[in-house]
Design a protein. Structure first.
Length: 91
């Protein structure tokens, strides 16, 4: 990246390595941008790095204490827990 492009993004309140046209900068108001950048919503790896260990721990916990019923379903965690981990990782 050239220095002018970096400085123009910094003047707009965006980080230098954020992709152009990202939904954070198109949808959210300018006053929310610092909080979205802090949560790393403009970078997909931010919430994914938190989500995968959460899903892995839910799978390990589900296999340690199986639910009664179908043995195949006892290997998978309850969908509500996966949804809660997803919301917690993104928000």
């Amino acid at each position: 990246m050239d220095m002018e492009n970096i400085q123009s993004k910094a003047a707009q309140g965006r980080v230098a390595d954020a992709p152009n046209g990202h939904w954070v900068y198109r949808v959210l108001p300018h006053s929310i941008w610092p909080y979205a950048q802090l949560a790393r919503w403009d970078r997909p790896i931010g919430w994914q790095l938190l989500l995968w260990p959460c899903w892995w721990s839910a799978a390990l916990a589900a296999s340690a204490y199986p639910r009664p019923g179908d043995p195949l379903l006892s290997l998978l965690p309850a969908p509500v827990y996966l949804l809660l981990f997803l919301v917690g990782a993104i928000a």
